[in-house]
Structure formats: structure tokens, C-alpha cells
Write a protein that binds this ligand. Structure first.
Ligand code: FE2
Length: 367
């Protein structure tokens, strides 16, 4: 077994979007992120605009090209808005990069040190599924707001009095959709290249509905802090949600990001008040809930009002809810999760959820 590449945590998730200025407004006012830093023409960033958003320990970076000659500009036509990079904080960028490349990882950017008056930021990037990358980053010697080129957001831009967190605290897991028949390859990529271990697996019998099916395996790093489930489509009567994603994203990519909260009821209530749209399961789900999961601390009436789902395993239970896709293409969406002991991913909810997704697909004409 290869030793693990020591990874500390997910440093940030970077999105490549058509209009970072407007996406920043959405994630601030709907999802409760504070906009903390900016790069663009005003900071002598000539090729792209970037906004850094933070809530709890979660950092999102939204970038948009400023001209068609930006090396990533074409991906907007191909993929639409989506995740371009999941950055992982490491002790030693050079070591992590060389270890990953030696084990079969494909380098995109070799170890690089960028400097400004706030110190030195080190990073290097490798490929993962589709056009998605992982950047290894170390900011031990960097004191700036995010990275060279970024400045704290102009206080004139957003009124601090209108900012309200919804209580999202950390990234729980990030799910990738990969090509039919290639899930095992990507599982072994994470095992071999990054020293992850496989956690649990569902086969398609566990999580199929009348129409669609998928297969899912979860890999996590040695500390268990970084969890990446990987899905592939499985044959069904009709087109599955994974097929729909792969069609509209034009290939593999990040399907959803699960963000943890300590109080899912207040988080979801705040997000609903901000007009975030969530998937709905039928009323019957709540009629059967107590018999399925036993006693829970939350009031079932609150869960039903907000559409929050519950699942239990040997270690405890968890509460979760899924947004509808956040852009026009039915690709990226988000999950809000609160764990009460359980470390699983809500297998008991898959059937109800898939049926909810299929109702949405039917409306889109993509089932
Ligand atoms: Fe999830």
C-alpha cells in the first residue's frame, strides 16, 4: 500500500462561471457567503475576474474570463458554469505534486511559488475526472487575504449590514459524476495517486428506481476529513440523473457539494427565505419517517415543513436536503447536511430522492 499524500483539508473550491460578479451576488444573498476578496482589472488581473467567498470554514472562488483568449474560456460553452478545481491544502506542495505524478497523476501546473508583499503562496495542479483539477496549496508563508493579485473586497461594494450567514460551517463531501463503466478507474486513481481509501459502496440494486439507477463508491483520505463519492450511471429503463448530468455538462464533473451545518432547521429556513429552491419528497415520506428512523431530536413537523430528509445507521442519524440545480443546465447542485453520529450519505433516502429528481427530469423532458 502506498503511503498517503498528506492532505490537510479542502482549501477552497473554484468555479468557472460566465459572470462571476453576478454569481457572487447569488452565493452571498441566497447561500449566505461573505464576499471577502476580489481580483480583476482594478487589481491588475488582466485576464480574469475572481471573487473569494467565505462562510464558516468553506471558501468558494468564482472566476470568469475577461476575453476569449483566456485559456479556459471555451469551457463555458462546453460545460456551462461549474467546478473547475478542488484545492487541497498540503504540508509540502513539491512533495505532494511529485508523489502524485510519480504514481500516475497528470500534472497541469508544476510547483509554483507566487509572491507579493504578504508573503509566498505555493501551489501545483494535477488533473482528475473530466476537465476538473486538484490544486495542492500551502499558505503557511502567506498572510494575504487569499492569493497574490487578490485584494480585500472594496467596502463600497457590499454593505456589511446586509450580510447574513445561514450557518453553513464546512464541506462534508464533494461528489463527482464519471463516465459509464469508469467509476472503478477513478476510485483507483484516488487510491493510487492520493492514497485515499474506499469507504462504502452501494450497488445499483440499493439505489435504483423504476426508471434510473446509478452506482456509487466513496473514497476518503487518511484522516477522513476529505470525502469524495464517485457516481457512474447504471442501466435503467429511462435516462438517469447521471446520464442527464453527463449530457448537459458534456462529460464528467462535480455533481454536488455537501455543506455541513450545526442546525439544519435554521439553515434551511434561512435559505428558503432567500428563495433557494430545494427538492421536495411526498408527504408520505414523513408519515413513514418515525417508523423508519426511530426517535430523533428534531420536530418532524419542522422537517416536513422544510422538506428535510433523515437517515439512520449503526452510529447515529443524519439530516439532509438537496437544492435544485443552481444554473440553467441541470448539472451542479448543493446538499445541506447535519450529522448526528452517522457518517454515511443517506442511502435510505435515495429512492425518495431519485423519484423527486425524476419528477423534475420529466418536467425538463430529459427522463
Ligand atoms: Fe451527498
Amino acid at each position: 500500500m502506498l503511503p498517503e499524500v498528506p492532505l490537510r483539508r479542502i482549501d477552497h473550491v473554484r468555479y468557472f462561471v460566465g459572470n462571476a460578479r453576478q454569481s457572487a451576488y447569488f452565493y452571498r444573498n441566497a447561500f449566505g457567503f461573505d464576499v471577502i476578496a476580489y481580483a480583476g482589472l482594478e487589481t491588475r488581473h488582466r485576464h480574469e475576474a475572481g471573487y473569494v467567498l467565505r462562510q464558516g470554514h468553506i471558501t468558494f472562488v468564482l472566476t470568469s474570463p475577461l476575453s476569449p483568449s483566456h485559456p479556459e474560456a471555451a469551457r463555458l460553452m462546453l460545460h456551462g458554469d461549474g467546478v473547475i478545481d478542488i484545492a487541497l491544502e498540503v504540508d509540502d506542495v513539491r512533495r505532494a505534486y511529485h508523489a502524485a505524478v510519480e504514481r500516475g497523476g497528470v500534472g497541469v501546473v508544476g510547483p509554483t511559488a507566487q509572491q507579493d508583499e504578504y508573503g509566498t503562496l505555493e501551489f501545483a495542479t494535477i488533473r482528475t475526472y473530466g476537465d476538473t483539477t486538484h490544486t495542492f496549496i500551502n499558505r503557511d508563508r502567506y498572510q494575504g487575504v487569499f492569493a497574490p493579485g487578490y485584494q480585500p473586497i472594496d467596502p463600497e461594494r457590499y454593505n456589511p449590514q446586509t450580510f447574513r450567514s445561514v450557518g453553513l460551517a464546512s464541506i462534508d463531501h464533494i461528489v463527482g459524476n464519471v463516465e459509464l463503466g469508469r467509476m472503478d478507474e477513478w476510485v483507483s486513481f484516488y487510491e493510487k495517486v492520493l492514497g485515499f481509501k474506499q469507504l462504502v459502496s452501494f450497488d445499483d440494486k440499493d439505489i435504483s428506481t423504476e426508471y434510473s439507477a446509478l452506482m456509487s463508491k466513496v473514497v476518503q483520505n487518511g484522516t477522513g476529513r476529505i470525502k469524495f463519492p464517485l457516481n457512474e450511471p447504471a442501466p435503467g429503463k429511462r435516462r438517469s440523473q447521471i446520464d442527464e448530468y453527463l449530457q448537459f455538462y458534456n462529460g464528467p464533473g462535480v455533481q454536488h457539494i455537501a455543506m455541513a451545518t450545526g442546525d439544519i432547521i435554521s439553515t434551511v429556513r434561512a435559505m428558503r427565505a432567500n428563495d433557494v429552491s430545494f427538492l421536495r419528497v411526498p408527504k408520505t415520506y414523513y408519515e413513514e419517517l418515525e417508523a423508519r428512523v426511530g426517535a430523533i431530536k428534531e420536530d418532524i413537523a419542522d422537517l416536513q415543513e422544510l422538506g428535510i430528509l433523515v437517515d439512520r445507521d449503526d452510529e447515529g442519524y443524519m439530516l439532509q436536503i438537496f437544492t435544485k440545480p443552481v444554473a440553467d443546465r441541470p448539472t451542479l447542485f448543493f446538499e445541506v447536511i447535519q450529522r448526528r453520529g452517522s457518517r454515511s450519505f443517506g442511502k435510505g433516502n435515495f429512492k425518495a430522492l431519485f423519484e423527486a429528481i425524476e419528477r423534475e427530469q420529466a418536467v425538463r423532458g430529459t427522463l
